[in-house]
Design a protein around this ligand. Structure first.
Ligand code: TYD
Length: 210
């Protein structure tokens, strides 16, 4: 089973994701779960990640960007995701195809159809079984990012209109295929958000191990 975590920057998904990863390490779940993030997850993909999100590359063309995300995803799929799925594990991915559909397809105006096609080429028939969507208003997401002192990546430097576009993009994906999504209210406290995600994951993990 492949479960993707999605949401706009600042929604808090990586915080929850990393907490789950930490809390399940050295437990009996450790052998059942595989954690990955995109762009990244394997050495090659992490190197591609460095290129893509570097604030030094303001001039990166949106099509170049789309292809680099796709390349990173392909390598993650082949090296990490498919072997884990074949071994009947639950793969938790911090971002997956929806990030490309929304950020490149809509945010960068490449068009959702084109990005979907490129990703079909990359993924074949592997698609997330469930997407956990961290729902937050673009304004609140921006406020959170501004509070973070660390250097923003290229996306985090974008303006509120960009975030609004992304948020609408995710909404459209969810409306098209609601059964695939679990929407989490990410405006709540980190603790509450974490608990809601856990509540969603536990039955999924049980289902997968049947
Ligand atoms: P992310 O790992 O969520 O950043 P962070 O760990 O700093 O929270 O993702 C990095 C950026 O890449 C993020 O702004 C979203 C963007 N992204 C895309 O534009 N397309 C994609 O396909 C993916 C996977 C990420």
């Amino acid at each position: 089973m492949l479960v993707a975590f999605e949401g706009i920057d600042g929604a808090g998904k990586s915080t929850v994701f990393n907490r789950i990863k930490e809390e399940t390490s050295n437990t009996n779940l450790e052998n059942q779960l595989v954690f990955t993030r995109e762009p990244g997850g394997t050495r090659i993909s992490e190197d591609i990640r460095r290129l893509i999100i570097s604030p030094d590359y303001e001039k990166m063309d949106p099509k170049t960007e789309t292809l680099l995300y796709a390349a990173a995803r392909r390598q993650n799929l082949i090296e990490k995701i498919i072997p884990a799925l074949d071994a009947n594990k639950v793969v938790l991915a911090d971002r997956f195809i929806d990030s490309s559909l929304v950020y490149q397809g809509i945010g960068r105006n490449i068009g959702i159809q084109v990005v979907a096609k490129i990703n079909q080429f990359v993924l074949g028939n592997v698609m997330p079984d469930r997407v956990i969507y961290f729902d937050i208003s673009p304004q609140e997401a921006m406020n959170r990012l501004k509070k973070k002192k660390q250097a923003a990546d290229r996306f985090e430097k974008e303006n509120i209109q960009f975030f609004e576009k992304l948020s609408l993009g995710y909404r459209n994906l969810i409306n098209k295929n609601p059964a695939n999504y679990v929407v989490i209210d990410a405006q709540k406290t980190p603790q509450k958000v974490y608990e809601s995600v856990k509540k969603v994951l536990i039955p999924l993990i049980k289902e997968a191990s049947k």
